[in-house]
Ligand binder design. Sequence first.
Ligand code: CTP
Length: 417
Amino acid sequence: MGNINVADRINKQLPAELVKFLQLAGGAAVQRQQRIFLVGGVVRDLLLERPIIDIDLVVEGDAIKLAEGLASLLNGEVIARSRFNTAKIRWERWMVDIASARSESYSFAGALPSIQTFCDIHSDLIRRDFSINAIAVYVDPLHFGDLIDLYDGQADLKKGFIRCLHDQSFKDDATRIWRAVRYEQRLNFKIEKHTLNLIERDLHYLKTISGDRIRSELELCLKEEKPQISLRRADELGILANIHDHLIFREKSFRLFAKAQGTLEPFSAPEEFYLALLIYDLTTEQLTDFTVTLNLPRSVARVLHETLQLKDKLPDLAGKEPTNSVIYGILHHFHQPAILVNLLVTTSFTVKKRLELYLEKLQHVRTTLSGEDLQELGITAGPRIKETLESLLEARLDNRINSREEEIAFIKQSKAS
Ligand code: CTP
């Protein structure tokens, strides 16, 4: 490839504020006799002319000192530094990551990289996952926009290939197997044949990755615009079964994911719904294994378990003419996401209607009288209050009483009886 320069694309595709920032960063690095580059996803997306969400910079030498200098020029702050010698600069509404160029080694398969040494950009690029993510762009004023493409990333972008850089890549970091699938499906690319063979060979290394890291890969997958295409591919390649033997993603799940898009989003985080759809055909025991393996937060595990509990109760909602209070009694223990997922999955028209009735109306029904009102009406404090409020609500739900006056009459009558 000749000397490609993407300065024009940078100016066209990045917000003006970030272009100004790059110029500032390039100048500051030169003053410190450092070379600085755009790397990773931003370069890939620049070349593909895709929207750019965030930018990553790599600098040869100390990233943190440079970030501190830039933050003070911008009246911003450095908000994160990690043991990988990376810094996040935040100013106004912008955020940029700067890392020191580094080479890495792994003490065992599945471990996070342990040995970090400062190096030049070339050695930094070789530790990366795929050729399309291993292109760098100079940011200093003299070479602004020049590409460094040591692994023919541009050719793979043209051909639509996801290609790893060496045969140990997935052993070094098996999360890259998930990444390969995500990029392949997001960009409508193909995992190149040799890389695919390596994935098949090294699939078992996924077992060496901590639950937290796998969870985070799965979450990233669920954040994709169409997670179902990545999940179908992950199933096909045996990646899902690597999380749990019984986790599958076939046609039915694919359809449900597609149906979920748009319909459920306003109510809650879609990832939670997607997870609930993903585990819908597991047994309770299998779900427990799944949540433990992935170390899911308790709140998420609860929604998933509730989803299965409610699934078991759906036949009760299909019965002949249950009263409103019976429907309420079945559903009010469940949180909304579990109900919505079951609403999406059920094929019974009757069950659907009753779930909707609960969501739209019954869950909002309240008594106007409070516990204090009941005491004033002569009900003794203690469990009697709770019981009376419950029967009052039941009568309200079933439209036996419809006003405050009727509630008071109801209390007086139940006291007398
Ligand atoms: N990277 C890697 N191996 C990993 C994770 C990241 O080599 N397991 C490198 C890649 O060069 C990648 C860069 O770090 O491009 C940044 O990683 P990340 O922010 O996760 O991905 P992006 O490329 O920015 O892609 P996305 O659009 O998915 O955020």
